[in-house]
Write a protein of this length. Structure first.
Ligand code: GLC
Length: 432
């Protein structure tokens, strides 16, 4: 049922006249090809929107058929900056890049830059990308509705101590698909299940009504996190989902994401535990200050509690740290709650992924599709059974699709370089 609803929303998002109001945005990315293995060059990459902000120097070497990541540096973005002004944020990014160029001895060069910016953007070209809205923990003023490339370039010019070459804007899903695409050329889907959740895939140009041209394919950033924002998932949202939404900094936005991704899973579990305690079904009805405090039950606890061998012991240690008095049965119930919430997340993701796989299969008029998904994100990587549950559910919902899952090796960094490299290759081939 969820997959059928999303299928309908994919069509709405792609339609020329229906996309304005569509909850699932289906954004054209101007990425028209996946890597063919001949890409090469030297690139800078920025990665904003996941757990950390990073600056990278990537060298793509053709001969060895692999990408070499030369170096990278993490720059912290303090919480108040995530909620401050856009100018502060971009000045900070430009400053981090400057420090990195100095440390790499690259300041005199003008390298092309891939910018992995993991938020919904209306892309006009590969280097013109307008932020539709902030998601996850960000909410900087004066950026929504603006071209992010322009804001970055202005911040660099304000400093005046270095310059960059051409810029390619990349969503993290696209970076993930492209970095896996270098290893496996049948990789045509990218999926993230981390702080947020989203996926992209290669769509037939004739279905991308908002971009001129009928031939070939273009990568579409689905922004499936927004699924349900028109109320279409109301019947499966729980009272806990509604509280998570209400307490978030973007109420009413990214409904599907709030049921799935790492930023919210821990909080959903906490709310269920609070309710069970109030109903005297846990801890003899005795709560603790920590359990009552939003954010104190971290998403990583879920992975620890669901560990095969030490899960129960981990649960007990966590409950003690949260100031709770538990008995064996309490720790078992807590484990069951974690399993319920993480399984729901994995199955919802699977329903969405099955929708994409089935769509690609039908697009190509195939009875059977063999394809690869590049995946990244802390929830997918770190949770002990998430990926198994997701795969089993996809097999059930898309039986005609044979899907290989490839965990991306640093998709946000290498993928951004790869998008820039493919764009250069296509431009070059166009000139020949
Ligand atoms: C959020 C963003 C989306 C990103 C995803 C995963 O859903 O809106 O652009 O891909 O998080 O990081």
């Amino acid at each position: 049922e969820v997959s059928a609803r999303l299928k309908r929303d994919f069509s709405r998002g792609l339609g020329k006249h229906s996309h304005h109001k569509a909850p699932v945005k289906m954004l054209p990315t101007f990425v028209r090809a996946t890597p063919d293995g001949t890409e090469k060059g030297d690139f800078l990459a920025l990665d904003l929107g996941g757990t950390n902000f990073r600056v990278l120097h990537v060298r793509v070497v053709e001969e060895q058929q692999k990408v070499l990541k030369m170096d990278s540096q993490i720059c912290a973005i303090p919480q108040d900056m995530m909620l401050g002004t856009g100018e502060q944020l971009f000045d900070h990014i430009a400053a981090c890049l400057s420090d990195f160029l100095v440390s790499q001895d690259l300041k005199g060069q003008t390298l092309p830059l891939g910018f992995t910016f993991s938020f919904p953007c209306e892309q006009k070209e590969i280097d013109k990308s307008i932020l539709i809205r902030w998601t996850k923990g960000f909410n900087c003023s004066g950026v929504e509705g603006k071209d992010v490339v322009k804001l970055l370039k202005e911040a660099i010019h304000r400093r005046g101590d270095y310059d960059i070459g051409s810029v390619a804007m990349v969503n993290d899903t696209v970076g993930t698909m492209m970095s896996c695409g270098y290893r496996d050329q049948s990789c045509e889907i990218g999926m993230i299940i981390g702080t947020g959740t989203n996926a992209c895939y290669m769509e037939e140009m004739k279905n991308v009504k908002r971009v001129e041209g009928e031939d070939g394919r273009m990568c579409i950033n689905t922004e499936w996190g927004g699924f349900g924002d028109d109320g279409s998932l109301k019947d499966i949202q729980t009272e806990f989902d509604r509280v998570v939404d209400k307490m978030s900094i973007n109420t009413g936005v990214h409904t599907f994401e709030k049921m799935i991704s790492g930023m919210y899973l821990g909080e959903i579990v906490r709310l269920v535990l609070v309710k069970l305690t109030e109903d005297k079904l846990l801890f003899k009805g005795q709560s603790s200050e920590a359990l009552k405090t939003p954010g104190r039950f971290e998403t990583k606890f879920i992975s620890e509690i669901e560990e095969q061998d030490n899960g129960l012991e981990n649960a007990q240690n966590i409950l003690t740290k949260l100031g709770l008095k538990w008995e064996l049965v309490d720790s078992r119930v807590v484990r069951l709650v974690c399993d319920t919430i993480s399984s729901r997340s994995a199955r919802l993701c699977a329903a969405a992924l099955a929708t994409i796989a089935n769509r690609i299969r039908v697009n190509r008029g195939l009875d059977h599709l063999k394809t690869t998904v590049g995946v990244d994100g802390t929830v997918y990587r770190k949770h002990p059974n998430f990926s198994d549950e997701l795969k089993a559910t996809v097999r059930l919902l898309a039986p005609e699709c044979d899907i290989t899952f490839l965990v991306s090796e640093d998709g946000s960094g290498k993928g951004a370089a790869m998008v820039t490299a493919v764009a250069q290759r296509l431009a070059l081939q166009g000139h020949l």
